[in-house]
Design a protein around this ligand. Sequence first.
Ligand SMILES: Cc1ncc(COP(=O)(O)O)c(C=O)c1O
Length: 461
Amino acid sequence: MTEDLINKKDIYFPSYLGTNENLITLVNRATKILCDWFSKADKYGPLPFDENFKCLMPDEEGNSTEDLFHEIQSLLKNSFNPVHPGSLAHLDPPPLIFSILGDLIAAGLNNNLLAYELSPSVTLLEESLCKWFAKKIGFNDSSGGIAASGGTLSNLNALIAARHNSGLGSDPNSALLVSEDAHSSFVKCIRVMGLDTTNLVRIKTDNQGRMDINDLRKSLDKCTLENKKIFAIVATLGTTVRGAIDPIKEISEICKERNIWLHIDGSIGGIFAVTSIPIKGLNNINQANSITINPQKIIGITKTSSLLLVSNMSTLENTFNTGLPYISSKKNIINRGEIGIQGSRPAEVIKLWLGLRFLGLNGIENILKSSIKRKDFFIKNISKNKFDIFSGPLHIVSFIPKKLKSEDSDTWTQTKVNELINNNFMLSRPKFKGRYFLRVVMGNYNTKESHIEELLRLLDN
Ligand SMILES: Cc1ncc(COP(=O)(O)O)c(C=O)c1O
């Protein structure tokens, strides 16, 4: 253990007196280390990892600040680097600078979104921002929403509300319909909701990866025969493997006909709806009862940042309200621990709010448009003779060599992923309909056309 320049007891907590010089020094130093890591991304690549990395645990005396900064450096050196222009594997873009600041402020505030009395300004901020999003996508005055730690939880909040509001709260025959390309987290949702996995009914997709409406109608009839009672249909706005958008208009009409809750999983594509970027299939989303939007996945709001928007706030209140007996309430203000699954919750909304305030609508549009532009450039230049390409209107492309046998896709993609990472490109290899693909996600603002050209050269070898 090295000697410390700062007396440890002076930095247990911020002081309520004086200038907190120690904290300022420490934050400056941490910022410097972080910025060095950003600027050396090229040197270490998108996924540096040394097998000898040590996870040191707390000891008797605690460690010096010097030791800790050393360990922070080692942690960073062995971390996935989303800032690297070759980081194209997942929906994890570089962090927006104002979001990084938002995280710092949220940590320092240490307010709690459980209740208004523990987070007065932030409670109002979250409520207003959810309402702003809800209005932007075309919901009316009864709408609103709640933030949650990721798309899985936002979807779960929606499905629990859907089941509760349909009166099927404890019915073991209640069922959920999703497309076969919907995200795997719906399997988790069904399990968490205490239902058998056969109650998750998968609807076929067409050759563009969109829910097949004929199959949806057939499945609805089959569910009736099997006494399955449907509490929601999920339309995916941006599937994980190819960025397809389910036919929202047709699905919403079926939901209206049969009085079924429509949830849109817009974890990937929902954010496009606040802009005027023309995306095929992105209309009628205000016909839904609920929609998940994950600003963490494209525009760089730091994780986690996800919102569930609902057309009618009372559906969340009916579902999650418990009376919260140990917390005071204020007239006309909802304690936000009472409208979702999570109780104590950090002020994640600050980084979203700061990020959006900084970007403005033009900035958001610029980031999203640039993702589509990179995707278009990639598709335009990838060899169509060599690869089968699967992509929808968003910024995700999966591809595989033509005529590659399913059983060979595992080895081919694994070999290719390794070869690419050795050349500083990180792609993913999703397993989809029985075979492996390579996938690029073009949400990295630092990736230039020259990088994409280099990637295409490596793929061509
Ligand atoms: C379409 C879709 N829905 C939901 C999720 C789950 O989101 P999260 O990882 O934020 O829980 C993902 C994750 O990639 C996704 O692609």
